[in-house]
Design a protein around this ligand. Structure first.
Ligand SMILES: [Zn+2]
Length: 112
């Protein structure tokens, strides 16, 4: 991953990227290049060398399942969240919410 910034930042964001990928896989299904663009839109600069191994890893762990589909005239491998993937995502959401509540609330207190 070519994350922006110095050492350790890459590791810091890799979990967020995984959750983000799982979220979109569960919502509408994703393919590698589309997910690269989606992550860029959110400010994460990752390339095919990161996204494909990530998707394959999620697939081998049963979090997503792939099937071939035609998208804009191209045959793409589209990944969809499985039942197990959704379960993991729901757990992750709780943790994200808890963390966001804590760190953002802290921010707010400081501003007041
Ligand atoms: Zn997104």
């Amino acid at each position: 991953m070519r994350a922006t910034g110095g050492s350790g930042i890459k590791d810091l964001y890799s979990g967020l990227i995984r959750i983000h990928v799982l979220h979109h896989a569960c919502e509408e299904g994703i393919f590698g290049l589309g997910m690269i663009h989606e992550l860029r839109r959110h400010g994460y600069r990752i390339g095919p060398g990161t996204i494909y191994p990530l998707l394959h890893g999620m697939e081998s762990r049963g979090l997503v399942r792939s099937s071939l589909a035609w998208i804009n005239g191209r045959r793409r491998k589209v990944y969809y969240g499985t039942r197990a993937g959704r379960k993991v995502l729901e757990e992750a959401k709780k943790k994200v919410r808890e963390l966001a509540d804590e760190i953002l609330e802290h921010d707010q207190r400081r501003r007041h």
